[in-house]
Ligand binder design. Structure first.
Ligand code: SAM
Length: 303
């Protein structure tokens, strides 16, 4: 029987030759899956023998990865904010940089819910997650708020133009036990009529420029194009959402929009033009890159 170390070495070589950007990590994750253990177990036991059945599963999944398929689709899930979110070609694979959007969203919610006593019967804080995909932002935020015992004080609406993505999001919401506070709706950005505006609008919409799509790693070609293509300048959908914000946000509301690292100046210019008088700030991610635009409307006179 081959050992863990031998199979890993061969797997890394195969994936490196195939152009994987993370051959070691990919091979470790796929071998752990084939053996049925956590990756840390594989790392801790390089000498362990691997059964012929596990070796065959590993070889088959290595081939899929060598053909470009993302590891998250092969494994069927992706870790995001410590959660295992189901992931398949119905929706974009959650990206680590989106955790920053969730952190900032949590901060906004906590600030609002802690600011003043909320008498029993106060309406829940309404939050929208536009372009929800697999439910990434909405579900991670709901889980964080449940830990703070604040989940019952919010209502989260996830929207997406893709019915398939929403089906996956619903599965994730049920799987993480938050389906009672997170609803999903098929919509072009937001519902056409917003009877009750939102306190917080969140969005990780597509922001890759159309002409940059062919230069993305091959793994991205397995993801829905509609989840990546942000139009000629990458900001078409974000611009469309900005146009909806004056009606979508309640007084004192705020929008947090994930952007590309090179889009800080463009988003500020777009906000200046589309939302005159609004306060715009861009927060950095953990890598020090511009990542989340915060848009806040001017206070109305007397408020
Ligand atoms: C970059 S993905 C992000 C998905 C998810 N928010 C995440 O962070 O993993 C963008 C999502 O926006 C959705 N989308 C694209 N155009 C849209 C539109 N006009 N209205 C609503 N959603 C849209 C896509 O289907 C996709 O699920």
């Amino acid at each position: 029987m081959a050992t863990v170390e031998e199979l890993l070495r061969a797997g890394v070589e195969l994936l490196r030759a195939a152009g994987s950007e993370t051959p070691r990590l990919d091979a470790e994750l796929l071998l752990a899956r084939a053996v049925g253990v956590d990756r840390t177990v594989v790392l801790a036991h390089p000498e362990a023998p691997v059964t012929a059945g596990s070796e065959a599963s590993f070889a088959a999944e290595l081939e899929r990865r060598a053909d470009g398929e993302p590891v998250a689709y092969i494994r069927g899930f992706k870790e995001f904010f410590g959660l295992a979110l189901a992931s398949d070609p119905r929706a974009l694979i959650p990206r680590p940089e989106t955790e920053r959007l969730v952190e900032l969203a949590e901060r906004e919610v906590v600030a609002r819910l802690s600011a003043a006593a909320r008498p029993v019967g106060t309406a829940p804080l309404r939050i929208a997650d536009v372009g929800s995909g697999s439910g990434t932002v909405a579900i991670a935020l709901a889980v964080l708020l449940r830990r703070r015992k604040m989940l019952s004080e919010v209502e989260i609406l996830g929207t997406d133009i893709s019915r398939e993505a929403l089906n996956l999001a619903q599965e994730n919401a049920v799987g993480h036990g938050v389906a009672d506070r997170v609803r999903f709706m098929e919509a072009d950005l937001l519902p056409p009529v917003i009877a009750t505006p939102f306190a917080i609008v969140l969005a990780n919409l597509p922001y890759v420029r159309t002409d940059a799509l062919p230069r993305l790693p091959i793994a991205a070609s397995f993801e829905p194009a509609i989840a990546l293509d942000g139009g000629p300048q990458g900001l078409s959908l974000i611009h469309g959402l900005m146009g909806r914000l004056p009606d979508a946000l309640e007084e004192g509301g705020v929008a947090l929009l994930e952007i590309g690292a090179d889009q800080a100046d463009a988003i500020e210019a777009l906000a200046h033009e589309t939302l005159p008088g609004w306060r715009t700030e861009v927060a950095l991610d953990l890598a020090g890159q511009p990542r989340v635009a915060r848009l806040e409307p001017p206070r109305r006179a007397g408020s």
